[in-house]
Design a protein around this ligand. Structure first.
Ligand SMILES: *[C@@H]1O[C@H](CO)[C@@H](O)[C@H](O)[C@H]1NC(C)=O
Ligand SMILES: *[C@@H]1O[C@H](CO)[C@@H](O)[C@H](O)[C@H]1NC(C)=O
Ligand SMILES: *[C@@H]1O[C@H](CO)[C@@H](O)[C@H](O)[C@H]1NC(C)=O
Ligand SMILES: *[C@@H]1O[C@H](CO)[C@@H](O)[C@H](O)[C@H]1NC(C)=O
Ligand SMILES: *[C@@H]1O[C@H](CO)[C@@H](O)[C@H](O)[C@H]1NC(C)=O
Length: 478
């Protein structure tokens, strides 16, 4: 009896400790010894907001660390979440349309709120209402990461973030913004501590002037999957931007004119998956003087990168300067040539990918064989071996490494362009020419030595020379 009591007390204790209600209803994982990561993928509408699921009989909050609620059919967020220490709340994928005011105000430890993959069109500023804090406007004081992507937001209320002043990461990607209107602009620039902004796949073709002037700490910006025909000039207003995603935009020729303004802080640039990109011309990237990583791959039409695309000649300077590129990704483009001058020191690269391009094994690329191959083989042998010749026709079976190992010099393509079959004919022509010329020359030398030339020379001088030669040769030495 006594033992049973102790046993049941222990059990009860353990149950209370190890099995908060969400762990019975959903799946649960223990983290940091005493905290729980809850994942609910079933219909939680009956109990999501029930106090007993959040607070135990002694008024203590259950130690949930994360709560993920996914795939509940049409979740209505019309009640307040009870007090909790949850730091990560994801309500993604629940067909949420409307969110009532103040429902998150008890979640003062919440760092991340994920409302992505819903059907939200509008968010009222009071949705994010928090709690009184002296000198502040009822903030959700811990909230740093806010995910609103994959919804139906076309415009943000200008005050929408007035209760979330400490947000550092904001994702609005995959919403039908189409343009950043005045309200949306005010909303975004009100986030003074913003560090990362994801505006990818929002139908944007331009950014408002001076858009990036206010978010002083913005480090990472994603503008991929939009309709930009040029690089937005306001990027030059940024103070801290170090990573830019500009993938999958319909730019055709990236030039000095539509290219990058000065962004001295930018270190990593993504220019991939640009379906229409044909060329990167002289000085298009020259203003990125501190660029370290260039991701420019999977651009199926990109056939030309100018040798001066990255380098710059600063005001009055005598010499070109290059950005300190360390990682260069140019795979899966349509490049047949690349100039050695594109990068200052190829040997300083820590990563290089030139694979899956239709490289031409000919004179202009001779430096790839002579200079780059030894460096590339050391850096990344597997990739270096994969550089194939796709022209001229007689070298198609070879790789640059084959050519490198044979120490051969690649010839230059003919003036008609890349027509190796004509080259073949030309070579045969030259060979025939040489074969005919040799006997003719030998014959002429023979003829000259036999003095037959003179017989054909009817001028007086010729006559005298003939005479002189004859006598001198017949008389012999004195
Ligand atoms: C729990 O808290 C509520 C309100 O915060 C209070 O009314 C109630 O008496 C408390 N219960 C216990 C057991 O402390
Ligand atoms: C949990 O939240 C309560 C009330 O918000 C707070 O008093 C307490 O310090 C928090 N505990 C931890 C471990 O953060
Ligand atoms: C949402 O649901 C879709 C389709 O069921 C799924 O592909 C996607 O991964 C889900 N996303 C999240 C964040 O749960
Ligand atoms: C959402 O809220 C708006 C405005 O309060 C209301 O007109 C609309 O009917 C609500 N929609 C749903 C699905 O509750
Ligand atoms: C891009 O450059 C190519 C080659 O210089 C030129 O023929 C074409 O007209 C340019 N297209 C645009 C849209 O600038």
């Amino acid at each position: 009896m006594y033992v049973y009591l102790i046993f049941s007390m222990l059990m009860g204790h353990c149950l209370a400790q190890s099995n908060p209600p969400f762990c019975s209803a959903c799946s649960c994982k223990t983290v940091e010894q005493t905290k729980f990561e809850v994942t609910c993928i079933r219909d939680v509408r009956a109990y999501l907001f029930q106090d007993s699921f959040w607070i135990d009989s002694t008024n203590k909050t259950y130690p949930y660390k994360t709560l993920l609620v996914h795939n509940t059919p049409i979740l209505t967020l019309d009640k307040k979440f009870p007090i909790s220490n949850v730091s990560y709340l994801s309500l993604a994928n629940n067909s949420i349309v409307n969110i009532s005011y103040s429902i998150f105000s008890n979640l003062q430890d919440m760092i991340t709120l994920d409302l992505s993959y819903n059907n939200i069109e509008q968010i009222h500023p009071e949705v994010f209402d928090g709690q009184y804090l002296p000198g502040e406007y009822r903030p959700l004081k811990s909230l740093k990461n806010l995910h609103l992507d994959h919804n139906r937001i076309s415009s943000l209320n200008l005050d929408v973030f007035e209760h979330t002043p400490y947000v550092e990461i904001l994702t609005i990607s995959h919403n039908p913004l189409d343009k950043i209107d005045q309200q949306t602009l005010v909303a975004i620039i009100s986030l003074v501590f913003l560090k990362q902004l994801d505006l990818s796949y929002t139908g944007l073709s331009s950014l408002p002037d001076a858009f990036l002037h206010l978010p002083r700490y913005l480090e990472k910006l994603d503008l991929s999957g939009n309709q930009f025909n040029r690089i937005p000039k306001t990027l030059g207003d940024s103070h801290s931007l170090s990573v830019l995603y500009f993938n999958n935009n319909p730019l055709v020729n990236l030039t000095e004119e539509n290219g990058f303004p000065k962004i001295p802080t930018l270190k990593i640039l993504h220019l991939s998956g640009m379906r229409k990109l044909l060329s990167i011309t002289s000085r298009a990237l020259s203003n990125l003087e501190n660029l370290e990583e260039l991701f420019c791959y999977d651009n199926p039409e990109l056939s030309h990168i100018d040798k001066d695309a990255l380098s710059a000649r600063r005001d009055g300077a005598e010499y070109e300067t290059w950005p300190p590129i360390k990682k260069l990704y140019l795979q899966e483009n349509k490049l047949s040539h690349i100039d050695m001058q594109l990068i200052l020191e190829w040997k300083d690269l820590t990563e290089l990918d030139l694979t899956d391009n239709p490289w031409a094994c000919e004179g202009e690329n001779q430096w790839i064989v002579d200079e780059l191959m030894p460096i590339y083989l050391k850096l990344d042998e597997e990739k270096a071996k994969r550089l194939r010749c796709e022209a001229p026709i007689e070298m198609v079976a070879l790789t640059f490494r084959d050519v490198y190992k044979r120490q051969t010099t690649m010839r230059c393509l003919d003036l008609y362009g890349h027509r190796p079959e004509r080259d073949g004919a030309l070579l045969v022509g030259i060979l025939i020419g040489v074969l005919i010329t040799i006997p003719v020359v030998l014959f002429l030398i023979y003829v000259y030595q036999r003095h037959w030339f003179g017989l054909l020379d009817n001028s007086p001088a010729g006559f005298s020379r003939q005479f002189y030669k004859k006598t001198s040769s017949q008389d012999g030495p004195f």
